[in-house]
Design a protein around this ligand. Sequence first.
Ligand code: ZN
Length: 83
Amino acid sequence: MQHMKEIGGPLDPECDCYTCRNYTRAYIRHLIKANEILGVRLLSIHNINFLTKLMEKVRIEIENDNLLEFRKEFYKKYGYTKE
Ligand SMILES: [Zn+2]
């Protein structure tokens, strides 16, 4: 059996946050299942980073008058099909 650190890869391969650079999805899952507070701390770091980056992109797309196209691509990427 593979060691826990070797399984899975990061939570989000495209993310550069502390959590995604240092912990695997499997290890974070283990922390959450074991009710270890580090699990929710690591997820919070990722989530705040994700939202901050998303808002940066939204501001750029608004300036470029491309928000609707960006929204369509975002929904497609994250599996949200309802328009
Ligand atoms: Zn991340």
